[in-house]
Each structure stands twice: as C-alpha cells, then as structure tokens.
Design a protein around this ligand. Structure first.
Ligand SMILES: [Zn+2]
Length: 265
C-alpha cells in the first residue's frame, strides 16, 4: 500500500476527476525545493514532450499519484478506456542514515520546525551530501511508462513531474517519502528524541471535560485578572518580504501579492 495517495476523486457522474494545478502559465512549482526537482526532471527531455506533458497536467489528465520509498507512480487519463502509468524512480535512503542525520539536525530546532510547517530545510539537502546522498535527483530522470512512446522520458512522465512539483510546494514529504522518510517515520524520530510516547496516547491521557458540561460557565471569568499589565512594542516589518513568497498564491498574480503586502506590514 502506498504511503501517500493523492487522488482527484470522482465527479457527480462517477467519472474520475483529475488533479488540478493552480499555476496557469510558465513553470509549475514556486518553492526552491520544487524548482530543484523541476530542474532535474527537465534535463534531457524532448521540448515537445515537456510542453505536452505540462499542458496535460494543466488539463488535469493525471487522475492520481502514489508514493512509496523508491518510486512515485501516476495514473494518466489518456481516454475513457486507456490509462498510462508513468513512474519516476527515486534512490531511496536507508532509515539508519535518516536517523543519524536527524540526531544532528535535532540540535537545530529551526530545521525541524520548517519540516513541521511543511517547508523543506536547506540544511537537510546539505547534510545529506555528507552521507554521500542527494535529496534531489540529478537528472535526467530515472523513469518508465507503459505507453509505447519512442522517447525515453515521455509526456506522461512529464505530466506526472508537473503534478509532483505543484504538490511539493505545500508538501515536501512527497519527495521525502520517496527518499525513504515518511511523515510517520519523521514523527517517530521526534517522539523518540523528545522522550514522548506516541502523541495520540499523550492526548488520550488528558482528561477533557466535554463542552456540554460547562456551557453555562464557558465564557465566565474564573478569577480576578492579574494586576500586571503587559505591553509590547512591535517594529513594522514587511512580513511577506521577510518570510518569502507564499507558495499557495499563483506567481503571476502580482495584484494579490501587492494587496497582501500592504495588509501584512
Ligand atoms: Zn508514457
């Protein structure tokens, strides 16, 4: 069974719905880590296959894709009766190397907090190199497909690659999982390092009063407030500029960026 399955679902007539892409023009994938992946996947590709693949991805012809360590496989909807199964093979990294790497990275809470926020820490890529491994494929892609294309890297693989780039922006675990580090493995590494049992058990141990039991008093003040009044001074900063480009906004939509920039000052 796949560790990650991203599926467009079915429409009201029971037909499979394809995966949608937000980006309407240009390159697909906005973050530095999806750009790295895209650069690798576009190496030694026939430009026409790339263009058709990109267009097919925008037409939502990829129905779903699944990820297991070592492989990402898509379902390409060629027609109602014909489906192709493009695959991208990824060199997986052994779990003991991930564990060793995180023993080091856990000392830098920033890298861990980025991963928890679904962002790829740059230090992860750099540190993996020390173990002789690469986070991103070097390209050309190691791939296969059950179509009869004469091209080694066909349009179906390219369409799958485009969907992967789009998904990677908000979920770097699509690549990490293919490299052998699932979200569950990552959580377990944190639980062990922080000396916690499974997080679900911690939550279950807490006795929580059901909301219905204190409807009357829910908004009541439980006691006198502290006399101390805290004050803080804030410096005006341009939040969007400091945090970087938000991947969920289409890059070509300058108007939203300008308006949000004004709001988040
Ligand atoms: Zn193909």
């Amino acid at each position: 069974m796949a560790d990650i399955l991203i599926d467009g679902g079915t429409n009201e007539y029971g037909f499979h719905r394809g995966l949608e892409i937000k980006s309407r023009r240009g390159d697909i994938g906005q973050t530095w880590w999806s750009t790295e992946f895209r650069n690798a996947m576009e190496k030694e590709v026939d430009p026409q296959e790339l263009e058709i693949g990109r267009r097919s991805a925008r037409k939502s012809l990829i129905n779903s894709f699944s990820v297991v360590p070592g492989e990402i496989e898509g379902v390409f909807n060629e027609s109602r009766d014909i489906k192709f199964h493009p695959k991208i093979h990824i060199d997986s990294i052994e779990m003991d190397i991930w564990q060793e790497l995180f023993n080091k990275l856990l000392k830098e809470s920033y890298a861990v907090s980025l991963l928890l926020a679904n962002r790829m820490p740059e230090t992860l890529a750099k540190n993996l190199e020390e173990y002789g491994s690469q986070l991103f494929p070097e390209g050309p892609l190691n791939c296969s497909c059950d179509c009869d294309s004469e091209h080694k890297i066909c349009r179906h693989v390219m369409a799958l690659g485009c969907i992967i780039c789009e998904t990677l922006d908000s979920n770097p675990f699509v690549l990490l999982n293919a490299k052998g580090l699932s979200q569950d493995n990552f959580n377990k590494i944190l639980e062990t390092a922080w000396g916690q049992d499974e997080w679900q058990n911690v939550a279950q141990d807490e006795s929580i009063t059901p909301l219905e039991a204190h409807v009357e008093s829910f908004y009541k003040q439980l006691g006198e407030l502290d006399d101390h009044i805290y004050s803080a001074t804030y410096k005006n900063i341009e939040v969007l500029k400091s945090l970087g480009y938000p991947p969920f906004i289409p890059s070509e939509d300058r108007k939203i960026q300008t308006n949000l920039g004004q709001l988040y000052k």
